[in-house]
Design a protein around this ligand. Structure first.
Ligand code: SF4
Length: 332
């Protein structure tokens, strides 16, 4: 393992100053991604900045009824927070579908947003990987690519974004608050993760900034949500395909629909066209299947992952069906 300098930040402004002072630096909170990748020699920070003393550990209800989640709220505390369970059960369901209890106890909201891909070639310092070493190639393209992306990929990178939590945040339409050298700004979560394109090493829309909060708008009413995650084993496993759905119903017609996918795309994948198709339709299997087909119309399989397209279709239909059932129960 390489040596690195260590700094502890006691204010958000100081954390950003530390970041600016060192070209190759990394924030650490729970450490569930960073420490693994440092030990594998995949990430090589010359300075690690401990942000755990920062006062970003609470979930608060704002006067306009939105929820503001501090970036250091752990995944466990977020999943079981009473206001999150009441307003956004989709977020709780998605978080609890991911990782293990031990990892969720350490992992933070901000860290989950920043988590790196599980592509095995990215984590193998001997493999060619444009994300780890720009211009070195991509061993996944002609390698074992069963777990890789069918949406949002490029000829430079086909790695899947691994987060379950981020799928829920994409469906909900969360807003991130970033603090940088020029103060704070807000960004839609849909604009935060970048497509790989020709620069897969640039994963986020960040400029020496620290994520300080995630804000969630009030839920749709009556509320129906579901997160369906299909994977090789029942726990502590990444998604082959997942779908997060949120619906409001008026009688049996869909008022508003939100849909996002995980396990199949290079970033948390919001399906806005499918959402528009669903609005005003009767909440039945025909509408859900049409939405799934539209959501996956641009899917392009690699050598080993064509199965992901029908799998994702099933995840979408099941998530929409379960969300509609819960909306009917919420309205009863
Ligand atoms: Fe690297 Fe992306 Fe290719 Fe995986 S898919 S080897 S992360 S460039």
């Amino acid at each position: 393992m390489r040596t690195f300098a260590f700094a502890r930040a006691n204010s958000v402004a100081r954390a950003v100053e530390h970041r600016q002072a060192e070209l190759v630096s990394a924030f650490v909170a729970g450490g569930t991604t960073l420490l693994d990748l440092v030990k594998l020699d995949v990430m090589r920070p010359s300075r690690v900045i401990d942000i755990t003393p920062l006062p970003l550990t609470t979930v608060e209800r704002l006067p306009d009824d939105r929820l503001r989640i501090g970036a250091l709220v752990t995944n466990t505390d977020l999943a079981y927070h009473p206001d999150v369970l009441a307003d956004h059960p989709l977020l709780s369901q998605a978080i609890l579908a991911g990782a293990s209890t031990q990892v969720r106890n350490m992992a933070t909201t901000g860290g989950n947003l920043m988590q790196r891909t599980r592509c095995p070639y990215f984590r193998d310092a001997a493999a060619a990987c444009n994300k780890r070493e720009p211009g070195s190639g991509c061993d996944a393209l002609d390698g074992v690519n069963r777990m890789h992306a069918v949406l949002g990929a490029s000829s430079e990178c086909v790695a899947v974004h691994p987060s379950d939590m981020c799928v829920a945040l994409a469906a909900i339409g969360a807003t991130l608050t970033l603090h940088g050298p020029n103060g704070e700004r807000e960004i839609d979560v849909a604009d935060f993760h970048r497509l790989p394109g020709t620069t897969p090493h640039l994963e986020h829309d960040l400029d020496d900034e620290l994520i300080v909060a995630v804000t969630l708008a009030p839920p749709l009413m009556p509320l129906g949500t579901a997160y369906v995650k299909l994977r090789d084993r029942a726990s502590f496993e990444f998604a082959l395909a997942s779908a997060g759905a949120m619906l409001s119903l008026d009688e049996d017609l869909i008022g508003e629909a939100r849909l996002a996918l995980g396990g199949v795309a290079t970033k948390p994948w919001r399906c806005r066209e499918a959402e528009a198709l669903l609005a005003g339709k009767r909440a039945d299997t025909a509408a859900f299947e049409a939405a799934a087909d539209l959501a996956l119309a641009d899917a392009r399989p690699l050598t080993h992952n064509a199965f992901k397209i029908p799998l994702a279709r099933q995840a979408i239909v099941r998530a929409l069906r379960d969300a509609a059932r819960r909306a009917r129960e919420d309205d009863a």
